[in-house]
Design a protein around this ligand. Structure first.
Ligand SMILES: [Zn+2]
Ligand SMILES: [Zn+2]
Length: 143
Protein backbone atom coordinates (compact mmCIF):
# COMPACT_ATOMS: atom_id res chain seq x y z
CA UNK A 1 0.00 0.00 0.00
CA UNK A 2 1.11 3.55 -0.72
CA UNK A 3 0.19 6.97 0.57
CA UNK A 4 1.33 10.53 1.02
CA UNK A 5 0.59 14.04 2.21
CA UNK A 6 -1.70 16.76 0.88
CA UNK A 7 0.95 18.64 -1.12
CA UNK A 8 2.57 15.53 -2.59
CA UNK A 9 6.03 16.20 -1.15
CA UNK A 10 6.02 13.14 1.11
CA UNK A 11 5.22 9.72 -0.34
CA UNK A 12 5.43 6.44 1.54
CA UNK A 13 4.99 2.73 1.10
CA UNK A 14 3.95 0.05 3.61
CA UNK A 15 6.21 -2.99 3.62
CA UNK A 16 3.68 -5.18 5.45
CA UNK A 17 -0.06 -5.35 6.07
CA UNK A 18 -1.35 -2.89 8.67
CA UNK A 19 -3.06 -4.13 11.85
CA UNK A 20 -4.70 -2.74 15.01
CA UNK A 21 -6.67 -0.11 13.08
CA UNK A 22 -8.79 2.13 15.25
CA UNK A 23 -10.14 5.58 16.01
CA UNK A 24 -8.50 7.79 18.64
CA UNK A 25 -10.51 10.57 20.26
CA UNK A 26 -7.77 11.88 22.56
CA UNK A 27 -7.12 15.62 22.85
CA UNK A 28 -3.71 15.28 21.20
CA UNK A 29 -5.23 13.69 18.10
CA UNK A 30 -7.93 16.35 18.04
CA UNK A 31 -5.35 19.15 18.15
CA UNK A 32 -2.93 17.44 15.79
CA UNK A 33 -5.58 16.82 13.14
CA UNK A 34 -8.00 19.70 13.66
CA UNK A 35 -10.69 17.01 13.67
CA UNK A 36 -12.70 15.27 16.38
CA UNK A 37 -10.73 12.03 15.99
CA UNK A 38 -7.99 10.33 14.00
CA UNK A 39 -7.95 6.88 12.43
CA UNK A 40 -4.67 5.01 12.89
CA UNK A 41 -3.24 1.62 12.00
CA UNK A 42 0.08 0.01 12.95
CA UNK A 43 2.87 -1.64 11.04
CA UNK A 44 6.17 -3.08 12.21
CA UNK A 45 8.68 -0.31 12.90
CA UNK A 46 10.57 0.34 9.66
CA UNK A 47 7.70 -0.89 7.49
CA UNK A 48 6.31 2.64 7.03
CA UNK A 49 8.91 3.66 4.48
CA UNK A 50 9.21 7.04 2.79
CA UNK A 51 9.79 6.78 -0.96
CA UNK A 52 9.95 10.55 -1.46
CA UNK A 53 10.33 13.72 0.61
CA UNK A 54 11.73 12.21 3.81
CA UNK A 55 13.76 15.39 4.39
CA UNK A 56 10.51 17.41 4.46
CA UNK A 57 9.17 15.44 7.44
CA UNK A 58 9.17 17.37 10.73
CA UNK A 59 8.52 15.84 14.12
CA UNK A 60 6.89 17.14 17.25
CA UNK A 61 7.02 15.75 20.77
CA UNK A 62 3.27 15.31 21.22
CA UNK A 63 3.26 13.85 24.73
CA UNK A 64 5.62 12.56 27.42
CA UNK A 65 5.59 9.18 25.71
CA UNK A 66 5.41 9.90 22.00
CA UNK A 67 6.20 11.99 18.98
CA UNK A 68 4.55 12.55 15.63
CA UNK A 69 5.83 13.11 12.11
CA UNK A 70 4.15 15.46 9.67
CA UNK A 71 4.87 17.07 6.32
CA UNK A 72 6.77 20.31 6.94
CA UNK A 73 5.35 21.76 3.70
CA UNK A 74 1.63 21.16 4.15
CA UNK A 75 1.22 19.96 7.75
CA UNK A 76 -0.42 16.60 7.00
CA UNK A 77 -0.06 14.32 10.05
CA UNK A 78 1.69 11.16 8.88
CA UNK A 79 2.81 8.91 11.72
CA UNK A 80 3.13 8.52 15.47
CA UNK A 81 5.69 6.66 17.60
CA UNK A 82 5.09 5.83 21.25
CA UNK A 83 7.80 4.74 23.70
CA UNK A 84 5.83 1.77 25.02
CA UNK A 85 5.57 0.24 21.54
CA UNK A 86 9.06 0.58 20.01
CA UNK A 87 8.41 -2.40 17.71
CA UNK A 88 5.64 -0.63 15.75
CA UNK A 89 4.76 2.68 14.16
CA UNK A 90 1.22 4.05 13.82
CA UNK A 91 0.24 5.93 10.69
CA UNK A 92 -2.77 7.99 9.72
CA UNK A 93 -5.08 5.72 7.68
CA UNK A 94 -6.55 8.57 5.68
CA UNK A 95 -3.15 9.39 4.19
CA UNK A 96 -3.25 6.08 2.29
CA UNK A 97 -4.03 6.40 -1.41
CA UNK A 98 -6.84 3.91 -0.77
CA UNK A 99 -7.93 4.51 2.82
CA UNK A 100 -11.06 2.38 2.30
CA UNK A 101 -8.83 -0.72 2.44
CA UNK A 102 -8.01 -0.32 6.16
CA UNK A 103 -11.09 -0.04 8.36
CA UNK A 104 -10.94 0.92 12.06
CA UNK A 105 -12.01 -1.81 14.47
CA UNK A 106 -12.40 0.09 17.74
CA UNK A 107 -12.50 3.50 19.42
CA UNK A 108 -10.04 4.63 22.10
CA UNK A 109 -10.19 7.69 24.36
CA UNK A 110 -13.95 7.73 23.87
CA UNK A 111 -13.93 9.61 27.19
CA UNK A 112 -12.68 12.76 25.46
CA UNK A 113 -14.92 12.42 22.41
CA UNK A 114 -16.45 15.70 21.23
CA UNK A 115 -20.13 15.14 22.08
CA UNK A 116 -21.48 16.28 18.72
CA UNK A 117 -19.37 13.67 16.94
CA UNK A 118 -21.46 10.49 16.88
CA UNK A 119 -19.99 7.70 14.75
CA UNK A 120 -22.83 5.47 13.61
CA UNK A 121 -20.90 2.25 14.12
CA UNK A 122 -21.06 -0.58 16.66
CA UNK A 123 -17.30 -0.85 17.25
CA UNK A 124 -16.02 -1.35 20.82
CA UNK A 125 -15.62 1.95 22.64
CA UNK A 126 -12.88 2.34 25.25
CA UNK A 127 -12.75 5.29 27.64
CA UNK A 128 -8.92 5.41 27.44
CA UNK A 129 -6.52 2.85 25.94
CA UNK A 130 -7.71 -0.69 25.31
CA UNK A 131 -7.14 -3.04 28.27
CA UNK A 132 -4.90 -5.24 26.10
CA UNK A 133 -2.76 -2.44 24.65
CA UNK A 134 0.73 -3.74 23.85
CA UNK A 135 3.39 -2.40 26.19
CA UNK A 136 0.97 -0.98 28.77
CA UNK A 137 -0.33 -2.12 32.13
CA UNK A 138 -3.94 -0.98 32.39
CA UNK A 139 -5.63 1.64 30.22
CA UNK A 140 -4.06 4.93 31.36
CA UNK A 141 -1.43 6.75 29.29
CA UNK A 142 2.13 6.14 30.59
CA UNK A 143 3.04 8.59 33.36
ZN1 LIG B 1 2.95 17.82 2.21
ZN1 LIG C 1 -5.02 10.06 20.14
Amino acid sequence: MTGGCLCGTVRYELQSAPFDAGWCHCRICQLNSGSPAMAFASVKDGDWLTTQGSDAIRTVQSSDFGHRGFCGQCGTPLYMKVDHQPETVDFSITTLDEPAKVAPGFHIFWGSRVPWFNPGDTLPRHEKFRPDTRGLEGTDPPA
